[in-house]
Design a protein around this ligand. Sequence first.
Ligand code: URA
Length: 271
Amino acid sequence: MMRLQKFLANAGVASRRAAEKMISEGRVSVNGEIIREMGVQIDEDYDTIEVDGAVVKNNEKKYYIMLNKPVGFVTTVSDDKDRPTVMELVSDISARIYPVGRLDYDTEGLLLLTNDGDLTFKITHPRHDISKTYVAEVTGNITMDTILQLRRGVVVDGQKTSPAEVEVVGATQYGTKVEITIHEGRNRQVRKMFEALGCIVKKLKRTKEAGLTLGHLPLGKWRKLSESEVNMLKKIEAAGEKKSSVPRRQKAYARKNTKRTTAKKQVRKND
Ligand code: URA
């Protein structure tokens, strides 16, 4: 048994969030019955799942790709302003892969792409505390006090950022080179954290995410993740699963419910 939105994400129909939207819009049916509730459990071996009337099967091969994104590309599949997208840098993949989260147009570095919607959900969900490391080249006065404030958290868009790991790692023509690891993914967060302290980020590069390291992958190039890297990501998945948003009473019911059932009945029972 698994939740309907998780099944749709696993099958590569959409990311988990987009799948939830499809469900609430009444586009998804289980055994011919339209489902609009979240958290509905299905059995992929027995239940027939349809999206917009087309049967969905979960047999799509999964791809996990790391790209070293250059500046000047948007991290979307298409862009309404016609700017280049990261999809133009990834060729030879026959599945509908998409970027995992965002990296700004003017940021370079490690970007994951996949067609595993469930993994995307877990890596991008704020509750899963996935760490991301950046090297920022910064102008302005970087003092020990600046570093301590960044570590403790600074107010960005009216909300304090969570504690970060911060080290000065060198100096360049642009100023001080600072390595910063954050556990959130707010919009332009690293730039705004420095700006809050009167410093300007001139260059920003993501070097690590979710335990993966960019290493020597050349700028603009991509590679498939190794089996051990994918396995490591799946372990993060398992940790994220513990923090799932399904109400506990519903999960307890799912555990007890060994007989095959459509989720519709189950939701009713839990009402
Ligand atoms: N923080 C930023 O400011 N930009 C990014 O692209 C990522 C994190």
